[in-house]
Write a protein that binds this ligand. Structure first.
Ligand SMILES: C[S@@+](CC[C@H](N)C(=O)[O-])C[C@H]1O[C@@H](n2cnc3c(N)ncnc32)[C@H](O)[C@@H]1O
Length: 323
């Protein structure tokens, strides 16, 4: 059985999103169903072997996305842990599923704490999260009152992590579609669009921001988090080669340069609400992500520099309104 994406179509029928169903189904056929991942058989089997239930005790407001183990459920915790480990590396979290603590590479709750106080209240809002990863933030958005939290991310293993959580929960407003932002229609209707940690992976930043705007309704809010560099309005780093050992980093502006771009393409009330130096407490290798992590991406003699000699990872969140 594996992954079933029908819950999204069921939840959004008779809403303004229904008109986009044919286009989304077509994109899923081309970019998901017809692109079979080499490990999907193994992952489907791991998912199907996991307990499925309609939990009544869960929490999306604490640092971990937590689903409690019902007393009546007989669980072989060791076997369940191994099933969850089939979906390693777990990068975004933390999670606590049926008593198993998933200590992810990132303390994503710290990012949420930095962002949440500065955005329009999510109560009743329909939100879109581009590059959602495994959907950790989708639950935090539901926990903050969003009525629909749609995440988009093409990375297959993250879709399985999301479904490992979803199969423990009653029907809810979080959905993850395994697509890229380029595959989405111009919805023109979301109240808030989040794009956290994606802009620097895109070759054409202004086109990407225009794409994000096309999903928002007029008056809707854009929440953009990305890597930045220190400097003034004219500072933009395009790393010649790798940045912090990542080969897919294209464009690191200063906050002033990024604000300028947003204003120039017509966004209103543009403001940088947070700037934060990423620490090796926030991003680190754990038992659930055993590959290299931030400490390995920095200059061993000077942690203010990346391994290549660029400024070490600094992240900013910018909030703005669509005219
Ligand atoms: C650095 S992670 C950020 C995850 C999460 N938003 C966060 O802030 O922790 C970047 C994510 O963006 C996804 N991604 C990359 N290009 C994308 C695109 N064009 N459309 C949607 N997602 C994309 C990747 O699969 C990855 O999960």
């Amino acid at each position: 059985m594996g992954i079933n994406l029908e819950a999204f179509f069921e939840h959004t029928k008779d809403t303004h999103l229904e008109q986009f169903h044919p286009q989304l189904r077509q994109a899923l056929t081309v970019h998901y169903e017809q692109k079979i991942h080499g490990r999907s058989g193994e992952w489907d089997a791991a998912l199907d072997a996991m307990p499925a239930l309609d939990s009544t005790e869960y929490s999306f407001q604490d640092h971990s996305i937590r689903v409690a183990k019902p007393e009546a459920l007989e669980l072989d915790t060791e076997a369940y842990t191994a099933q969850l480990q089939a979906f390693m590396p777990w990068r975004k979290g933390p999670w606590n599923l049926l008593g198993v603590d998933i200590d992810t590479e990132w303390r994503s709750d710290w990012k949420w704490q930095r962002i949440a106080p500065h955005i329009s209240p999510l109560e009743g809002r329909q939100v879109l999260d581009i590059g959602t990863g495994n959907g950790y933030f989708l639950y935090r958005m539901l926990g903050a009152g969003a009525s629909l939290a749609l995440g988009i991310d093409p990375t297959r293993i993250f879709l399985y992590q999301f479904h490992a959580a979803q199969r423990l929960l009653p029907t809810n407003g979080a959905h993850l579609l395994p697509l890229r932002s380029e595959h989405l229609p111009a919805f023109g209707s979301f109240d808030t669009v989040f794009c956290l940690g994606v802009l620097y992976h895109r070759r054409s930043p202004i086109d990407h921001i225009q794409e994000l705007l096309s999903y928002l309704r007029p008056g809707g809010e854009l929440v953009l988090e990305t890597l930045v560099v220190p400097g003034g309005i004219d500072t933009i780093l395009v790393p010649q080669d790798r940045y912090a050992k990542m080969s897919n980093v294209w464009f690191l502006p200063s906050t002033k340069a990024l604000e300028n771009m947003l204003r120039k393409i017509g966004l209103l009330d543009v403001r940088t609400v947070d700037v934060n130096q990423t620490t090796t407490q926030e991003q680190r290798a754990t038992q659930w992500m055993t590959f290299h992590s931030l400490a390995d991406f920095l200059d061993p003699n000077d942690p203010s520099l990346s391994a290549e000699g660029h400024p070490a990872p600094l992240r900013a969140t910018i909030v703005a309104t669509k005219a």
